[in-house]
Every structure is written in C-alpha cells, then in structure tokens.
Design a protein around this ligand. Structure first.
Ligand code: OGA
Ligand code: MN
Length: 310
C-alpha cells in the first residue's frame, strides 16, 4: 500500500535502505527504457535548457505515460529558475501559505523580509511551503475558480510548452502552477491531482535544489509504489495512464551534486550581473528543494471554467 512505502522511506529510525530506489543516473534497463526526444523542436535552447539532442529521457516500463527527463538545464538555467522560484514566484500576485498569517504589510514580501534581517530570516525562511500561480489551487475545495485567477508567468509557460513538445504533446497550455518549497525535514503526503477539467493533459513537475525521494504508485491507495531519486533539474511528466496515479514525497536528502554552482569564472561574472541576489538564494537552496508543478486546467479551446464548450 502507498502509505507503507511512504512510512518506510520517511523513517529516520531505522533509516531505509535506498537500494530499490530507481536512479536514472544508473538506469536499470529491466525497469526503465529510453525515450527519444521529438527533436524537430528547437525552442529548447531558450529557457536555460541544453540542446535537446543531449537530453536523456526515460520511461518506467511498469508505468506507461510517466516520463523522466534527467536535468536538461545549463548551470545558468538552474540559477535562473531557482531565482524565479525563490525570489519571484513567492511574491504577489501569487498566493502563498503565509498570506493567512498576516506577516507582512502591503509593501513587504517574504524574500525581501528574509533578505533584510538575518534574525527575521531564521524564523521566516522555513515557513514558506507553497505558492500558487495562474488558476489558484484551492487547498480546501480542491476546485479552481474564475474568481481566483492571476496571470501565469510567460517564462514558465514557454518552458513547459517546450518540454511538452519534446515529449510529443503538441497543444499543452500552462494555466496553473503550485510551487512547493521543501526544507530538509519536509514531506508531501500521497495524493492524486484530479482538480483540472482536463486530466488528459500532462502535468509537468520540475525540481531544483536538494534531492527528493519521489513515490509513484497506482490509481488506488492500495496499490504499491516505486521510489525514484529526483535531483536538481530533473523533470517528471505525468501523462496518459499515469496522470492520475498516487504520488508523494516522503523524504528530502542532501544533494550529491550541485548543478546550480558555476564552475568557470566567466559564468560567475555573467551570473553576478544577472542575479544580484544569488549568494543569498544559493544559501537558501543549499538546504531546500523547490518544485514547480505546472498544469493545464481547461480543455483545448475552452476559454473559461464557466464555459464548458467545446
Ligand atoms: C504536487 C506534487 C511533487 C514534488 O505539487 O502536486 O506532487 O515532487 N509535487 O514536489
Ligand atoms: Mn501532485
């Protein structure tokens, strides 16, 4: 059962054996297979991505429709998206879990507050858990509404359109996203994402920072689950018969590599010019994981939730 796997990987005492975790850095071809990218798509070089012909894409044989792309980002791309998640997507018009707590005045936001005072940062940094973008996911009703909708960031729309094309989904439109912020002791319990009108459209999950154990089960809670390592830059696409599988994150592990760190001094100079706040953002990501979970809500051609056609 899903929850037994969750408990097993979450446990600190005794610690789990990670031997059965699927590791796409060392692919076991009795369980996984290669997928060829749709390389007619050339948009990739934008958005901090490596040339598509260099990407490594995998499927899990027992889970058709589940697609794994091993970190296709350049170092600068990692820095760009980490900065977007930490500094930008955490502020207005996006909603966050901190909104309810009235922690800030109208002109303050989480990242600025954390940057202004080390004392405040100590208590405030770990408190951010999620931000919602576009059609805001309502955690209570699990329903989207035209009354709770803001615009989606262009760059996130463009990135996921490119990822969709590479995986041969030709009319994906990003209309909603949850950005999850994990500290080393955070978890995300087992769930399915079924609030979207169009559950045929794929869901894109892009992660940065520390490593996660990601559990992917079946359509029922009673089904067993596979565990996968997700490292910085890795992308999971849930589509077709895997779109509605149970999944969750029982554990965050210290990263075994830091693909967000520049190696060349030329890169470091370029970086400092681009993202002035990088040093602080880097220290945040050294003890955090961020995950952009991007969904299409409407059916192709549908223009509003109040309008069911076509
Ligand atoms: C979600 C989700 C998974 C992750 O936000 O719905 O499943 O890897 N996130 O953080
Ligand atoms: Mn989910």
């Amino acid at each position: 059962m899903f929850k037994d796997f969750f408990k097993y990987y979450k446990s600190k005492e005794p610690p789990p054996d990670f031997g059965a975790v699927i590791d796409f850095k060392k692919p076991d071809y009795s369980k996984v297979r290669n997928i060829l990218p749709d390389v007619n798509e050339d948009e990739g070089v934008a958005q901090g991505l490596k040339p598509i012909k260099e990407w490594k894409i995998y499927g899990i044989i027992s889970k058709p429709g589940l697609i794994f792309i091993e970190n296709p980002f350049t170092t600068l791309g990692q820095q760009y998206w980490i900065t977007r998640c930490v500094r930008d997507y955490s502020s207005k018009p996006n909603k966050t879990n901190l909104d309810l707590h009235n922690l800030f005045t109208k002109h303050e936001n989480w990242w600025d507050e954390c940057s202004n005072s080390a004392e405040r940062a100590r208590t405030l940094l770990p408190k951010l858990r999620w931000a919602t973008l576009g059609y805001h996911h309502n955690w209570d009703t699990k329903e989207y509404s035209e009354n709770a909708k803001d615009s989606m960031p262009e760059d996130m729309m463009k990135l996921t359109r490119c990822l969709a094309k590479v995986a041969s989904f030709h009319d994906f439109k990003a209309e909603s996203a949850i950005v999850n912020y994990y500290r080393m002791n955070s978890t995300l319990s087992g769930h399915t994402d079924h609030s979207e009108v169009d559950c045929e459209a794929p869901l894109f999950s892009v992660s940065f920072g520390q490593t996660a154990i990601f559990l992917i089960g079946g359509l029922l809670r009673e089904d067993p689950a596979d565990a996968i390592f997700i490292r910085s830059g890795d992308i999971v696409i849930m589509s077709k018969s895997s779109r509605l599988r149970y999944h969750g994150v029982p554990r965050i592990l210290a990263a075994d590599s830091t693909p967000w760190e520049s190696e060349s001094s030329k890169d470091i100079t370029q970086m400092k010019e681009k993202f002035s706040d990088w040093d602080r953002i880097k220290s945040y990501i050294c003890e955090s994981r961020v995950n952009m979970n991007v969904r299409q809500v409407l059916r192709p051609g549908q223009t509003s939730l109040d309008n069911n056609s076509p």
